[in-house]
Ligand binder design. Structure first.
Ligand code: FRU
Length: 489
């Protein structure tokens, strides 16, 4: 039987979910449809479908006591809405069912693992890891929750910042990584193991921020890919470091080898997404063995701004991305399922560019667009700029400066108020002036994949949809090849 709080959330959804005309929703990016959403949770394969849950306040467009909303899909593009899965209805989670993960148990049940937030007698928040079992629709919280409490923390580990369990199974054993704040005020990822998913032991601290890579580390994920171990984290309070690490709440991947006792021996570390609106990514292993990642497409530092006043929902997810590891880098590309929604192919090959140019049929706000830029044989151009979502004073510009070796994205005319941070610049690999930029556009977003997925940069935008122009500009001689597909979703 759903609790009063869960029934209330479900009733509210039934009543208000379709208040939003489809013309105001992203076409293929997950949103709450009503209320507020943040982190993706419980991204898992269950009975041949991919389930995705999310941090969710159904009642308002601002963050408040967290529920878990629920959708599922077969192809990562079209999603079916399901009723709210978890409400904060127990003493150990009355201040929120925070982020977590899910897996299919061998007995056919769907297991959710999440952080329950309660308060100590002196009013401090207190976080523990809890379980719920279900059938893909309805979930029952485990009677002996919480299953990982402060007694399992390493010495000095914070019980106030102890959250976001990511669970997986290997053979007969279950493992989980969580975020934690350690005694020396560093972010850390803790590894636990279990024989039954109910009784857990602490194994080791997989990695820590080491007074450098932010403070509290949120939403970890750990997986093996292409012969390497990959740890993903979302650090809070990151400081800028060159052009690699960006200020604020950001995301990192650490690639290396996991030792026998569960420590990551790091070989490389990079930002996952160099854009502004990307946080708390989580991955799933697909039926055909692909590692697919989805993230919250929003920047914590701008969550108090409402660019479009009358939207009755706030927050969206990225397009799921396929991951690979190559040369110490995490390669990210849109899930291949997107390609079956491509229509209206338009291409312009080897067009000389000097100054500004546009093509009459290259435009739109629901597109898969690839721009291949090459230098002229004789001289290196100074810069090439792709201008998207253009019209009526609106525009988002993406400029490549081959001498500096950087890409600069500026969405200050992308529908956000002026006082919001809107520019990001990041270094890209030198390919002697050649660069490939693939853009995925939806009503409220631009996702950029550089050089076949070597780097990604994600931006939420809120300009009106009639701002659908695309143009190209260069200082100096360059050659561009443009390939555009409309996405028919
Ligand atoms: C990350 C986060 C998580 C937490 C959740 C609460 O965005 O702060 O650490 O579980 O959001 O909604």
């Amino acid at each position: 039987m759903p609790s009063i709080l869960l029934s209330r959330a479900r009733d509210y959804e039934t009543e208000h979910l379709f208040d939003v005309p489809p013309a105001h929703l992203p076409r293929f990016h997950v949103t709450g449809g009503v209320g507020w959403i943040n982190d993706p949770n419980g991204f898992s394969l269950y009975r041949d479908e991919y389930h995705l849950f999310f941090q969710y306040n159904p009642y308002d467009v601002y963050w408040d006591t967290m529920h878990w909303g629920h959708v599922k899909t077969r192809d990562f593009i079209r999603w079916e809405r399901l009723p709210c899965a978890l409400a904060p209805d127990k003493s150990y989670d009355e201040f929120g069912c925070f982020s977590g993960s899910a897996l299919e148990l061998r007995d056919g049940r769907h297991l959710l693992m999440y952080t329950g937030v309660s308060k100590t007698d002196d009013g401090q928040e207190f976080q523990t890891q809890c379980l719920a079992f279900g059938d893909g629709l309805d979930y029952e919280k485990y009677e002996n929750n919480p299953v990982i409490g402060p007694e399992l923390l390493p010495p000095g580990g914070s019980h106030v910042h102890f959250r976001d369990p990511k669970i997986w199974q290997e053979g007969e054993k279950f493992y989980v990584v969580t975020g934690n704040l350690s005694a020396d005020d560093n972010g850390a990822v803790l590894l636990f193991e279990s024989d039954d998913a109910l009784n857990w032991r602490f194994v080791n601290t997989v990695a820590a921020s080491e007074n450098r890579l932010g403070r509290m580390w949120e939403c970890p994920d750990l997986f093996r890919l292409d012969g390497k171990d990959v740890l993903i984290v979302s650090p809070q309070e990151m400081s800028t470091e060159g052009m690699e690490f960006l200020y604020g709440n950001t995301t990192l991947y650490l690639i290396g080898e996991l030792s026998e006792d569960g420590k990551l021996l790091r070989e490389s570390e990079h930002t996952i997404d160099y854009g502004l609106d990307f946080y708390a990514p989580q991955t799933v292993l697909t039926e055909d063995g692909r590692r697919v990642m989805i993230a919250w497409m929003q920047y914590w530092n701008s969550v108090d701004v409402r660019p479009v006043d009358d939207l009755p929902f706030f927050g969206q997810m990225t397009l799921p991305r396929e991951l690979n590891v190559r040369d110490g880098r995490l390669i990210q590309n849109p899930v291949r399922e997107l390609e079956s929604y491509r229509s209206q192919h338009v291409a312009y090959a080897d067009v000389p560019l000097n100054g500004k140019t546009a093509f009459h049929d290259v435009k739109g706000r629901c597109l898969d667009l690839t721009v291949d830029i090459r230098p002229d044989d004789n001289a290196l151009y100074k810069s090439v700029t792709v201008c998207l979502a253009e019209g009526d004073g609106y525009a988002v510009t993406v400029s490549y400066d081959p001498e500096k070796g950087t890409v600069l994205v500026d969405r200050s005319r992308g529908g956000w108020p002026e006082n919001v941070i809107s520019r990001r610049e990041f270094a890209v690999r030198d390919r002697e002036g050649a660069i490939t930029l693939r853009f995925i556009l939806d009503r409220y977003s631009i996702e950029l994949f550089v050089n076949e997925g070597e780097q990604a940069a994600t931006f939420a935008i809120f300009s009106p949809e009639y701002a659908d122009g695309i143009s190209f500009g260069s200082e100096g001689d360059a050659t561009i090849t443009v390939e555009q597909y409309t996405l028919d979703i």
